[in-house]
Design a protein around this ligand. Structure first.
Ligand SMILES: Nc1ncnc2c1ncn2[C@@H]1O[C@H](COP(=O)(O)OP(=O)(O)OP(=O)(O)O)[C@@H](O)[C@H]1O
Ligand SMILES: [Mg+2]
Length: 483
């Protein structure tokens, strides 16, 4: 008997059939990857399992018993725990309190609580103090606490929805160790990711969803990354390979100063793509934020960038990594989000031209293949990857000269990622200069004309195309040092 059986699960949102009768079967002590293009229905399926959504049809069995959670709490009671990107920890409480929340043995004092927590953290190779309040931890560390809590909750099924997006390489390793440990204790793990590399490191079996249907379920040993992509898309897809092109001369120079950063001068050529590599905390994100006038003090072509408005006027646009909190107003429609940053330009001509606005948005929807293609839907109802495309459209609609991008392909499926790279290349050929900060070294080496590697707040080396991924990795991790 399987640990978890989901049979014929259906779910629709208005006219959108997100799940058209999906089967998902998970064994105890198994890690099963759940993959598919943006909007395929992965998150929806797991939200049905964890009590967020009520299904329109289908059955679920947990260890042979009918399961129909009407809330997240009910699902947790049954032993189903989902780790979201938006974490459900209480940030004012300590690590220890969060670990044992709702499971505090009566009469346990703080000393005991902290000891127990320390023991648990120690066993799992996690090093933060149990008394620390969760607020003080990095997002990645908070996520690890949320996973650690699953051990206390004695979860039977654990669901991870793109958990590594905000983690450093070191935290990813810790997370994988925890997940394997869950497996060895008999937990069934469902793991959603767009990073095929992770799936081939971690999964025992792979379920592929396409347009709300399950198209395949197979042991990892029968699959190759190419095969998985083909199943996701239903056709052959070739990996993206950019042909770097010659630079068209100097566009301008940035001077950047910010706390924790060595002063940096960067001359940007017209139509080039410059990558910023480095671990989280190496300074690469700080540089982009300073260039948009958000922190520190920076200048562009001699003009001081005192804030985002000045930066925008200078033709600089910044796309943050966290689209949920910084990139989109989730309650507004997709159209409103995209035009938010160009309103003044559209209004400048007098009355806001509704037709013009619609045309602009439709154009970007088409170029970025945003799905579903209706711009009037609230941003909140788009899948993760499609929200990322909305953020991009919003930036590109301002027709910037310099585009600063943080983790551009985070949450974007493989195929769309290649489309995105091709689009960025096209924009660069059209004269746009791009600065791309990314934790994905494959992305950087495949896309950029040159890559600046950051460590400890300074650039330690600049690598030029043709870029070798292994070399980028070696410099990022510090395995190779420049004399
Ligand atoms: N709350 C909602 N209201 C309306 N439509 C929704 C809602 N949540 C999801 N959808 C729609 O259901 C479909 C499946 O979305 P889902 O979030 O499950 O995709 P996904 O496979 O997780 O994609 P991604 O990889 O981009 O996260 C999409 O068409 C999406 O727009
Ligand atoms: Mg999703």
């Amino acid at each position: 008997m399987a640990l978890l059986e989901m049979r014929g699960i259906k779910k629709h949102f208005g006219g959108v059939e997100a799940l058209k009768g999906v089967d998902f079967v998970l064994e105890a002590g198994e890690i099963q990857a759940l993959v598919g293009e943006n909007g395929a229905g992965k998150s929806t399926l797991m939200k049905v399992l964890s009590g967020v959504f009520q299904p329109d049809g289908g059955q679920m069995l947990l260890a042979g018993n009918p399961l129909r959670p009407r809330s997240v709490a009910e699902a947790q009671q049954a032993g189903i725990v989902m780790v979201y990107q938006e974490l459900n920890l209480v940030s004012d409480l300590s690590v220890a309190e969060n670990l044992f929340l709702g499971r505090l043995p009566p009469l346990m004092g703080y000393t005991r609580l902290n000891q127990e927590a320390q023991a648990l953290l120690g066993q799992m190779g996690l090093e933060f103090p149990p008394e620390a309040s969760v607020r003080q931890l990095s997002t990645g560390e908070q996520q690890l606490v949320a996973v650690a809590r699953a051990f206390v909750q004695r979860a039977k099924v654990m669901v991870f929805d793109e958990p590594t997006a905000t983690l450093s390489a070191n935290e990813v390793e810790q997370l994988f160790r925890l997940i394997r440990r869950l497996r060895s204790e008999g937990v069934g793990v469902a793991y959603i990711s767009h990073r095929l590399e992770e799936i081939f490191l971690l999964a025992d079996r792979v379920t592929v969803l396409r347009d709300g249907e399950r198209v395949s379920m197979a042991p990892l040993s029968e699959l190759t990354p190419e095969r998985v992509v083909n199943l996701m898309v239903g056709r052959e897809v070739r990996a993206y390979q950019r042909q770097p092109h010659g630079s068209e001369g100097e566009l301008g120079r940035f001077q950047v100063e910010a706390a924790g950063l060595a002063p940096l001068g960067l001359t940007l050529n017209k139509g080039e793509i410059v990558g910023l590599a480095g671990v989280i905390g190496s300074g690469r994100s700080e540089v982009l934020r300073a260039m948009f006038g958000l922190v520190g003090s920076a200048s562009w072509r001699g003009t001081r960038l005192s804030g985002p408005l000045t930066a925008l006027r200078q033709g600089i646009f910044y796309i943050p990594a966290d689209r949920k909190t910084q990139g989109l107003v989730l309650e507004l429609s997709a159209r409103e989000n995209v035009t938010l940053s160009v309103l003044s330009r559209l209004q400048w001509l007098g009355v806001m031209k509704a037709a013009q606005e619609q045309q602009l948005v439709k154009g970007w929807f088409r170029r970025l293949s945003v799905r579903p293609s209706d711009p009037e839907r609230p941003a909140r109802t788009f899948s993760g990857g499609n929200q990322q495309k909305l953020v991009l459209a919003k930036g590109l609609a301002t027709t910037p000269q310099v585009l600063l991008m943080e983790e551009p392909s985070r949450g974007v499926d493989v195929v769309t990622r290649y489309e995105l790279y091709a689009l960025l290349d096209e924009l660069a050929r059209g004269g746009l200069s791009l600065l791309v900060s990314s934790s994905d070294t494959e992305e950087l080496s495949g896309l950029c004309d040159r890559v600046l590697v950051f460590r400890g707040g300074r650039v330690v080396v600049q690598l030029e195309a043709p870029l070798d991924r292994e070399e980028v990795v070696a410099h990022v991790t510090g395995a190779r040092r420049v004399a």
